[in-house]
Design a binder for this molecule. Structure first.
Ligand code: NAP
Length: 336
């Protein structure tokens, strides 16, 4: 009998989430009904936003009720289809949940176009983290060749793509990341002109001044808090600040009050947030651009792969401790 292994939300986390917030169960996989598809999960994406889904509903989506399967997106193979749109063996992406063999209505699945990239490309540089970087830089940030671009959490899933898009578009890019290995990755493999190890700096603003002596035209903010304040001090005329995420504030007891908004006004700058889901209708555009850069070799990716469903809760905690380099994913073993 085919078993569906599942991770259920057991408790709402206090602080960084971990295995203690989940229970595992194993139930018979449900045969597909009319219009449904039985799937075998291959990859699950692990994302900081999942932390907010584990709460009561303070984020941009309803909180997951305790006892339910943890919400999450990923890539799967079709094992059995009762949808006319899918055949056995098709590769799809969907909101699978943290489970090995979900049964999902065909209308919620998107077939992977393998002409655009491999399965690993679809969970990485064609996945939502990469699409986030694309729209954040281009639509919100109005990226222009020659811009001096600063990216925080530059060695992470979104950050690694943001650094490279800006570089490919002819910008001078500086990344901020935690630790010498991540900085070597940002300045080496990703091709940034410099990388700032914020954990080694006593004054981040001074470090930005040294790395960006002419100032910053576009700050792509994945972190929020004092890092945002430090970046605001270096804005050039007509600068753009892209509020992509504020991971440093996820577990803050008190919301951080940004102090340097006067610098935004002085620079005649603009600061705007966004959610990638607002661009749903244009994902294909982003993926076509990203796939072309994969093909010509200019866009690299680093996947940080954890093996096995039980690693997903550990992986989620790793994001908040800075223990991942590149896009964090969980790979599930193939069915024997
Ligand atoms: N707007 C959207 O639609 C959208 C979509 C996807 C993601 N996001 C946001 O984009 C950001 C990056 O997401 P991701 O999936 O690519 O994660 P990620 O960057 O792969 O992983 C998170 C990274 O954040 C850094 N970090 C963690 N805690 C920190 C702290 N207290 N201070 C400074 N840095 C900290 C760590 O890197 P270091 O070791 O370098 O500190 C860690 O590796 C997140 O803020 C996320 O919420 C937004």
């Amino acid at each position: 009998m085919l078993i569906n292994y599942r991770l259920l939300l057991a408790s709402r986390p206090v602080g960084i989430p971990g295995p203690e917030n989940f229970t595992t169960d194993a139930i018979p996989a449900r045969p597909p009904g009319a219009g449904e598809v039985l799937l075998e999960t291959i990859y699950l994406s692990v994302d900081p936003a999942m932390r907010s889904w584990m709460s009561e509903g303070t984020g941009y989506q309803q909180g997951i009720p305790p006892g339910e399967v943890m919400r999450g997106g990923g890539i799967a193979r079709v094992l059995e289809s009762r949808s006319e749109n899918f055949s056995d063996g098709d590769l799809v992406q969907a909101r699978l949940g943290w489970q090995s063999h979900p049964t999902i209505a065909g209308r919620y699945l998107q077939k992977l176009d393998l002409a655009l990239g491999t399965v690993e490309d679809w969970i990485g540089p064609l996945g939502l983290s990469a699409v986030t970087a694309y729209f954040g830089l281009r639509d919100i940030g109005q990226l222009r060749p020659g811009d001096r671009v600063l990216v925080s959490a530059a060695a992470g899933g979104v950050g690694q793509i943001a650094v490279q898009i800006a570089r490919i578009e002819g910008c001078r890019v500086v990344g901020i990341a935690g630790g010498p290995e991540k900085c070597a990755f940002v300045a080496g493999e990703l091709g940034a002109e410099a990388a700032i190890d914020y954990k080694a700096e006593t004054n981040l603003s001074d470090a930005i001044a040294r790395a960006c002596p002419e100032g910053v035209d576009l700050y792509f903010d994945n972190v929020g808090g004092p890092t945002l304040d430090a970046a605001l001090e270096h804005l050039r005329e007509n600068a753009r600040v892209v509020l992509c995420g504020r991971i440093s504030q996820t577990h803050a007891a008190e919301p951080y009050g940004v102090r340097n908004l006067n610098r935004l006004a002085a620079a005649h700058g603009r600061m705007q947030g966004f959610l990638v889901f607002h661009y749903h209708d244009r994902y294909d555009e982003a993926r076509a651009w990203l796939a072309a850069r994969r093909r010509d070799g200019s866009l690299r990716q680093k996947l940080h792969v954890l093996e096995g469903l039980d690693q997903a809760p550990i992986g989620l905690g790793m994001l908040f401790r800075g223990e991942n380099t590149g896009k964090l994913v969980v790979r599930l073993p193939e069915r024997p």
